[in-house]
Design a protein around this ligand. Sequence first.
Ligand code: B4P
Length: 195
Amino acid sequence: MFNIILFGPPGSGKGTQSEKLIEKYNFKHLSTGDILRGEIAAATPLGLEAKKLMDAGQLVPDEVVVGMISSALDNNPNASGFLFDGFPRTVAQAEALNKLLKLKGTEIGVVLALDVSEEELVKRLLNRGLTSGRSDDTNESIIRNRIVEYKNKTSIVADFYQQLDKVSHVKGEGTLEEIFVLLCHEIDLRLNEQE
Ligand code: B4P
């Protein structure tokens, strides 16, 4: 089993590149953002609570997202590998993920960190907001707040995995295809090391 984390600030291309990677490598895609938006669409109590935080550009509590990921792992016993997209976003989430994977006799193979400048992030998200219907993409101050949350709570997750020698940085600016090739190269290197 080979598991990867696609890591980076909001708008860095995690969701976009995940679509291409799951097709090529047959990973099971687990996006906490998508799962939360599913809960909002279904108007569940969890979704209603999460919506308030997401609309303000804040993170949803760790126990909520860890619970969602734990259920998703249990619901996919035959997966050959998971692609975690937008998770973990705090060190507490990373520690919880390590424990959950250990219980299943597996671990993270590589953390692919997409590097994109702040101005490019804001531009992309405002642009997506024109068509996505996502309330967290339409207001520049909320987008900037998401980036602040990333800097304060999420960027240190890369240090956590760096200590385990799991992080590969990839330039996240360029065409979708150029970035995809770089990501595949890093995955293939780690897969070859594992064999
Ligand atoms: P997410 O759904 O994870 O959303 P995101 O980080 O904004 O998007 P992503 O990075 O996937 O988007 P992409 O660049 O692909 O999170 C939303 C919210 O959910 C969070 O703010 C938080 O409140 C909550 N949440 C989720 N997970 C959580 C967790 N673990 N803990 C706590 N809270 C959590 O796309 C952006 C745009 O860029 C697109 O329009 C795309 O077309 C464009 N784009 C992508 N690549 C490009 C390129 N190379 N060039 C030009 N444009 C590009």
